[in-house]
Design a protein around this ligand. Structure first.
Ligand SMILES: *[C@@H]1O[C@H](CO)[C@@H](O)[C@H](O)[C@H]1NC(C)=O
Length: 332
């Protein structure tokens, strides 16, 4: 599977981040202990490669990066590069509130063979626009990888404005932005100000098809964790009537995967689909029972098989691992 393994240096096989469906990958954890389940991670990655996922984004918010140790971050990234290297680009989340630490994490991602980084605006500290420019340019100067900016004001408390993005887009290593403002009117503005080569990703699954139809390049997607093939097919031709039908079929997932803070619902959904245990780390917690039916219903509407309820309970309580299901890639 791994073409890159034939080459001595993983960077020699580096791919560029690209449009289409880029999965914001969860980090599977064993129910009970919450240890990272690298076997389940490897299976998920192999399935994404099989399903034609355009890119893998590891160590993001969906991957619970803030509760992983340095060693765990390294091992998650090594696993992703090992499975995907040379076939599907691997982007590592390396953003944090401290510029120097973001540089250190970016350099580590480069050493481990990542194809790019996704760097969120510093959260909580609310830097002004000029300070954001200095922050991102310092990281881009220091880390020899293509960088994707990440704007998610609802989580960070700061909005990276289009004029600021346009200024940053002049840096050779700043190649795109993940926009999660919930405002698709930004697509045209950013396209106009940043040029045709600047990658525009939506961070909102429910608006993703339209974002690409309006001139965006792709989605960094939570839904793609459970429906990778459908997301990729849909985004390849966003205006086709068959893609509009896929979007409708995935609509409940796009919405219900956010009934509690991401990645709570998507980890539960993957558990219900038999792809991993129900582990999740504090300060997050497993999906509350009143939402379980919502997720099962959304999975069924998306044509994803759901395990019987008895298996769900065993996995959730950490009594037994959920039954291993054949990784066929057949179901979405
Ligand atoms: C695709 O759909 C969008 C609206 O969702 C529209 O603005 C655009 O012109 C369409 N593109 C083509 C090529 O039909």
């Amino acid at each position: 599977m791994r073409v890159g393994a034939l080459l001595a240096c993983p960077l020699a096989a580096a791919l560029a981040p690209c449009g289409g469906s880029n999965v914001a990958l969860v980090t599977p954890m064993v129910a009970g202990s919450n240890a990272v389940d690298y076997g389940a991670l490897r299976s998920l990655l192999e399935w994404h490669v099989e399903c034609g996922t355009a890119g893998v984004v590891a160590l993001g918010t969906t991957g619970e990066a803030s509760t992983l140790s340095g060693e765990e971050r390294d091992e998650v990234l090594r696993t992703a590069v090992d499975v995907c290297g040379g076939v599907v680009p691997v982007v590592a989340g390396t953003g944090t509130i401290d510029t120097e630490r973001a540089i250190a994490m970016g350099r580590r991602a480069a050493e481990l063979g990542a194809d790019g980084t996704l760097v969120v605006t510093p959260y909580y500290v609310k830097p002004p626009q000029a300070a954001l420019v200095a922050h991102f340019n310092a990281i881009a100067d220091a880390v020899d990888l293509p960088m994707i900016l990440y704007n998610v004001p609802g989580r960070t408390g700061v909005d990276l404005l289009p004029a600021t993005v346009a200024e940053l887009a002049r840096h050779d290593r700043i190649v795109g932005i993940k926009e999660a403002t919930g405002d698709n009117a930004r697509v045209a503005v950013l396209r106009e100000q940043c040029g045709d080569d600047f990658l525009l990703y939506s961070g909102e699954d429910a608006m993703g098809r339209e974002f690409v139809a309006l001139g965006g390049d792709g989605v960094i997607s939570v839904t793609a964790n459970v429906a990778p093939r459908d997301m990729q097919t849909m985004l390849a031709n966003p205006n086709k009537s068959s893609s509009i039908k896929i979007d409708a079929k995935l609509r409940a997932l796009h919405e219900k995967l956010f009934v509690q803070a991401n990645p709570i619902p998507v980890k539960w959904a993957l558990h219900r689909a038999g792809r991993m245990g129900a582990g999740i780390r504090s300060p997050l917690a497993a999906l509350e029972p009143q939402f379980h039916e919502d997720i099962d219903d959304a999975l069924r509407l998306a044509d994803v098989d759901v395990a019987p309820a008895a298996e769900q309970d065993a996995g959730a309580n950490g009594v037994a691992a959920p039954p291993a299901r054949a990784v066929s890639g057949a179901s979405a």
